[in-house]
Design a binder for this molecule. Structure first.
Ligand code: DGJ
Length: 714
């Protein structure tokens, strides 16, 4: 037994490219966390069992319970437990006496048994060698003879080193998702919960922990995200030896965790990684792992087409002739996918009616959507359609026919949000109805893209039997998406929830794009996108050029900045392009061309996000030997000379061909500056070491401008 005087401790190691984890496996006990961090040599292991290197302190239990992969409440664990459960007030503590660990191709299956409380836990843990992302999930089975009430069940219990650290997390609201916050971790626990039934605008299901002075490109940073679009929790707590325990999982409402004898509860996956290359290293690992989890029509991602989405151009005010002329102009500008947003279906003249009645409005579309869809396709664009399957307006034929189909709390009046109720997808008849209604559209029309919205929180989410249905609702929505995708495999899905309320790695197992926010104000959007990119890759980040002034903030920004910000994700347009002046039309056209020739690099490989002095923001996409560098200036400069940008990813032993690839149309007052004219023409050769240590000189830039470089190693 490990740490026992009678035998040597046993260890189990998993190694990735840049990270390792080591568990100690005491016989019959849950494996103990010994290490998770930067890569160790294959033969490195702890010198002895944990108990051997830490004699019992005074006034402590004679046999303490060190941090395991599943710290349970029984047996002397004094911090937050991975499981809180009871049987009608009894069997309140779990202590595992049976433990089996199986390793198959780098995947650990850890089975823990407590015959006394009647629970069995199976933890799946896999360290992906290519991404260094640990994927962890937990299944809990009730082995007792009566119902088990689970209050909390963590999907993952992770360890952080004993060192000063900050937690970086994201709050927000509609139009201001991914609002970054940072706090020092102290002795008190840090905990974040979301009870909105969606991933939510204000509690992204993930966070970073930055050790010591770690920053964007250096220092040790840990990252966790829950692949789940519903209620969730995360907690980080200091334990007795100064290390920290990070728990994450689905948040359960009262009663949601009731398990009948023999029943199993599965958690969502938690994705966890660390990097000694700072927050950017963590983002790169997450992007690799999420790319590997995605399922694209045809098996591989096609180049991300330029979108036009009609919402901010027309809102509910649809007229076929206007839509056709918008499509004409879109095709002229090089748009590749035309998405008809909200307002197309029966009775949908405002947000008070129509949701649930998924047939074209007979007044706006007397011949259905076919004439518009055919027009779009004839112009060479793909046709996409907005739906909000989970929702129903009380003022709809569907609700009049089925007033009992909405989620509710029995005995209370129904509570609307944006004038709508949520359909109970856990009912088979409701899900079947939605499959048939959305399926009928996909079968009848040449629709290759669905924008799947969800415009309210899940308050009052009970079923007709009076039981909380938050988690089951999310699983049923995933199942409906999967069923539609099986039936219509060529269709892509965009996940949206009033902008970025459903931005998470869970929905990305079914969807191919996420609408990151309804806010198109370029500087705010940029900060939202930087938060998004910390966890999710750029090719799934819907990112549109909006109108000036921006509808969400009333501020006006130059087209170059709007376009530069939008081109860092999956580019689209969200404005009435027919009213653009000649200059803005030219600018948009040239950014679309740039995007098309650069999307291969923008949407693959790594990204590095950076800030320089004087408010210069930058972002590099690609590989160290060939990358695109976006530089964005929002505020006017305060300096006489523009700063240089130090590029940590540039290979110091190579030389780079550097070109200005796009932007810099709105040049500042430049005296001299021939170098930048050269960069705009043929480019110049610069040593990687210089770029790395001294930096790339920047041209003077006006406020609200963008310039893009391409750097290619020779
Ligand atoms: C919220 C979305 O974020 C918008 O893009 C738009 O689709 C509206 N819903 C439509 O109601």
């Amino acid at each position: 037994m490990s740490g026992d005087k009678t035998g040597a401790a046993r260890f189990l190691a998993l190694h990735g490219r840049t990270t390792s984890l080591i568990l100690e496996t005491p016989v019959g006990k849950a494996p103990l966390w010994r290490y998770w961090g930067p890569r160790l040599p294959d033969d490195a292991s702890p010198p002895c069992g944990l108990r051997d290197e830490r004699p019992s302190p005074s006034f402590s239990l004679d046999r303490d319970l060190p941090l395991s992969v599943f710290p349970a409440f029984g047996g002397g664990w004094f911090y937050t437990a991975a499981l809180k459960a009871h049987r009608n007030g009894e069997a309140f503590a779990q202590a595992f006496t049976g433990s089996r660990v199986k390793t198959v191709e780098g995947r650990l299956t850890i089975t823990l048994e407590d015959p006394v409380s009647g629970v069995e836990v199976e933890i799946q843990m896999r360290l992906d060698g290519a991404s260094d992302v640990l994927t962890i999930s937990t299944a809990l089975t009730n082995r007792g003879a009566d119902a088990l009430d689970v209050i909390d069940l963590a999907a993952a219990a992770l360890v952080l080193p004993a060192a000063p650290a900050r937690v970086r997390y994201f709050t927000g609201r509609h139009n201001r998702e991914f609002d970054e916050r940072e706090e020092l971790l102290g002795a008190a626990a840090w905990r974040r919960e979301n009870r909105r039934g969606l991933a939510s605008h204000d509690a992204f299901p993930g966070a970073l922990v930055l050790m010591g002075g770690a920053g964007r490109d250096d220092g040790l940073v840990y990252g966790v995200q829950i692949a789940w679009s519903g209620n969730h929790f995360q907690s980080i707590e200091r334990i007795d030896d100064g290390r920290r325990l990070w728990l994450a999982g689905e948040g359960l409402a009262p009663g949601e965790g009731r398990l009948a004898p023999g029943e199993t509860m599965m958690t969502p996956d938690v994705l966890a990684t660390c990097s000694d290359k700072g927050a950017n290293g963590v983002a790169q690992n997450f992007h690799r792992a999420i790319r590997a989890r995605m399922e694209w029509p045809g098996g591989a991602m096609a180049p991300r087409p330029v979108h036009l989405n009609t919402w901010e151009a027309f809102y509910f005010n649809h007229r076929l002739d206007e839509l056709k002329s918008l499509a004409d102009e879109a095709a002229r500008l090089g748009v590749e996918r035309f998405v008809l947003d909200d307002g197309w279906f029966k009775g949908r003249d405002n947000d008070r009616s129509g949701l649930g009645d998924w047939t074209p409005d007979p007044v706006k579309y007397p011949q259905g959507l076919r004439p518009l869809a055919d027009h779009v396709i004839a112009l060479g664009m793909a046709f996409g359609l907005w739906v909000e399957p989970e929702m129903v307006n009380p003022d709809s034929d569907l609700f009049r026919a089925h007033p009992d189909w909405a989620l509710l709390i029995r005995g209370h009046p129904l509570l609307t949000g944006r004038n709508q109720l949520v359909l109970d997808l856990t009912r088979e008849d409701v899900s079947d109805h939605l499959f048939a209604a959305i399926g009928a559209l996909l079968a009848a029309l040449p629709i290759s893209y669905v924008k799947w919205d969800h415009n309210r929180d899940l308050a009052f989410a009970g079923d007709v039997e009076g039981r909380a249905a938050y988690g089951r609702q999310v699983r049923a929505a995933y199942a409906l998406m999967a069923r539609l995708r099986r039936a219509y495999p060529a269709v892509e899905i965009e996940a949206c929830a009033g902008g970025g309320g459903r931005s998470d790695a869970g929905v990305l197992q079914h969807a191919h794009r996420i609408w990151a926010s309804d806010c198109l104000d370029a500087p705010v959007r940029l900060s939202i996108q930087r938060g998004f990119l910390q966890f999710l890759p750029p090719e799934v980040m819907g990112s549109h050029i909006g109108a000036a002034p921006a509808h969400s903030t009333g501020r006006t920004h130059a087209m170059e900045l709007r376009a530069g910000v939008a081109a860092t994700g999956h580019l689209g347009l969200e404005l009435d392009i027919r009213s653009l002046d000649a200059n803005d039309r030219l600018t948009i056209g040239s950014w679309i061309e740039f995007y098309k020739r650069s999307r291969g690099l923008i949407h693959s490989g790594a990204i590095w996000i950076g800030d320089e002095i004087d408010g210069l923001l930058w972002q590099a996409h690609g590989a160290p030997e060939d990358f695109i560098l976006f530089v964005l200036r929002v505020d006017p400069t305060r300096e006489r000379f523009a700063p240089t940008i130090r590029l940590a990813m540039a290979d110091p032993v190579r030389r780079y061909r550097v070109r200005i690839e796009q932007g810099w149309q709105r040049r500042g007052w430049v005296m001299g500056g021939d170098f930048f004219n050269r960069l705009s023409d043929d480019g110049a050769e610069i040593s990687g070491a210089w770029l790395n240590r001294s930096g790339l000189p920047m041209p003077p830039m006006l406020a609200d401008s963008a310039v893009v470089f391409r750097l290619t190693a020779q």
